[in-house]
Write a new protein. Sequence first.
Length: 348
Amino acid sequence: MRSALILALAVFVACALAFTLSTSAGGDSWLLYVGNSQANSVSVVDLNSLKDVGEITVGQHVHGVAVTPDGRTLFTTSEIDRTLTISDTGKKEIIATIKLPGKPNQCAVTPDGHYVAVPIRDGDNVVIIDVAHQKIVKALPVKEPHNAVSIGSNRFIYVSSMGGHEIDVIDLEKMDYAAHIPVGGRPRPFVVSKDGSTIYVAVSDLHGFNVVDTASKTVTQRVEMPAEHPGPARPREFETPDTMTHGLALTPDERELWVTSLLDDCIYIYDLKAKKFVGKLKTGDGPNWIVFSPDGKYGCVSNTDSDDVSLLSVKDRREVARVKVGRVPKRLAVAVPPARATQVATGN
């Protein structure tokens, strides 16, 4: 059963990866979408020019940000309005607003844009939304959910349970859980390997991350990062005191794990083969979330306390730009520009 689940994930990921590569063929341009958590907008940063190129107005207090791989449709959740907003990125206009049964957190969309999963933190459930019909088709119970994550599968989405100290795998064909995986602590952001075999998860009160084997459902490693400023993190207006790491991401080649440090305002780079830290990159104040451009050229980090985004060169190991965005940026997503996706689809 477990091996079949991992195999199915690998097949779906391979298909999604092929789609992503096809849409990016012939161009290195990517757009970074930045959710401004104390505003009503998503800032858009061009990773070719390394500049802010505008914003999309959405709901108040943006928490979740997700975008379809073709870059055409943006999904955001609003904590104040308690809604999921669907926007056309090309027109920078709202397509639809869906009322939610509680306070939403980080959402995730399937590559085909069919389903969006939205954790409802104060409702102890995660709702599945059929995008075409713009309605909730399923609500699954989960104790204090936080982040939903897609790894390129049209069938499986992951959601963290902070109250249950686990990551849960949702099977969208069955509209039920396929697995409940303990992660050795109260999970914060997490990332899953492309084959679904390993989860890297930040947990409360740890300056670092846990490594979890999904087949055996066991924590195989607890990794603590070095710290120039050891001890409790300094008080942050927009983060809880038990949070020392709030963002982590795998490089597209999965050779390295980049992890944010709220103690040192930086990124620590962990070599997964050597199992050691091999680098450190300074960021802005309060590094929160991190994503990579799919071509592996840039690591992008939102900085909540300085209202900007650090754009880091993976090859050169340095910050190449720091771009001002909206107030208290947090969640990030990357996709091809919608015009580029249209050109590939039409063969132009």
